[in-house]
Design a binder for this molecule. Structure first.
Ligand code: ADP
Length: 269
């Protein structure tokens, strides 16, 4: 559980680099000022987590990120009684801690979590803004600087894992996608240190690979994978080797499809 939770104190971080693709910073800002929860939709690796980290630092708020998985229960978020030195003591989970202290709680891939998680989120996501803790008998009121942000990837082909309307209609929502080629090249160059001119062909290849999504490939290349490839190239790895390891191999295990991807890469690079 612990390795899926990361907390950054506001004082410790400078706003990490984030290139906006629209008015998402203004929407985030307005959601925070109006004490509204925010839902970020979009494919994996397109900048959602970076966006939240950037906004948390800009607003001067501590950020706690929980990577949700299918064993994550409400108690993992709220807390539980643990045995410590022969005594039973209550230990806050990351949600309770953030509600007590203020800051942003970011639940990444929230649809992966167990169903009981949405139940504890509901009273926090309407105008009550409270967290009832049945086990301790407390009802915590969220402070003005508490904000809940959740993300999910609507592309995953699992009908069981969509967000229920009763949950999603409690959130302001922002749709994310991969940046336009110009912006993506800018992001990848800034993140990797590889010159823009050398990044452009990689972005072009990523665009072609994304066109194959839904036909031969389940998911397209993410901006994250492009940053990996460009970083390895800047570090001296031959271009095709880096492309193979970062952009092609992660996409498919099917030998025939993989040969098609190789041909595409050779033609474009
Ligand atoms: P997600 O949370 O959507 O899965 P991340 O936020 O982890 O994706 O993004 C993956 C990587 O892509 C980031 O670490 C960053 O290097 C890069 N990235 C993507 N979009 C942007 C952007 N708009 N500005 C800066 N970096 C970005």
């Amino acid at each position: 559980m612990l390795d899926t939770v990361q907390t950054l104190s506001a004082a410790a971080v400078e706003a990490p680099y984030y290139l906006p693709t629209g008015d998402e910073c203004a929407v985030f800002d307005a959601a925070y000022r109006n004490k509204l929860p925010l839902l970020l939709k979009g494919p994996t690796g397109c900048g959602k987590t970076r966006f939240v980290a950037h906004m948390a630092a800009k607003l001067g708020l501590p950020l706690t990120t929980v990577a949700c998985h299918d064993d994550l229960t409400a108690a993992d978020l709220t807390g539980r009684y643990l045995l410590k030195g022969g005594e039973t003591v209550w230990v806050d989970g990351p949600l309770t801690r953030t509600v007590r202290q203020g800051g942003i709680l970011y639940l990444d891939e929230v649809v992966e979590a167990r169903k009981d998680v949405t139940v504890v989120l509901h009273p926090l996501t309407d105008d009550r803004r409270v967290l009832p803790l049945e086990r301790t008998g407390e009802t915590l009121e969220a402070p003005d600087d508490f904000m809940l942000v959740v993300s999910y990837n609507p592309g995953y082909q699992n009908i069981m894992k969509t967000l229920k309307p009763s949950t999603r209609q409690r959130f302001l929502a922002l749709e994310f996608d991969f940046p336009s080629p110009d912006r993506e090249a800018q992001v990848v160059a800034a993140e990797s240190g590889l010159p823009l001119e050398r990044v452009k062909p990689l972005v072009l290849l990523a665009g072609k690979l994304r066109e194959l999504k839904g036909q031969d490939l389940e998911e397209g290349v993410s901006t994250r994978l492009l940053v990996y490839a460009a970083s390895l190239i800047r570090d001296g790895m031959p271009v095709m080797k880096a492309v193979e390891a970062c952009l092609l191999q992660p996409l498919t295990d099917d030998a025939e499809i993989k040969r098609g991807l190789d041909d595409l890469a050779v033609a474009l690079l």
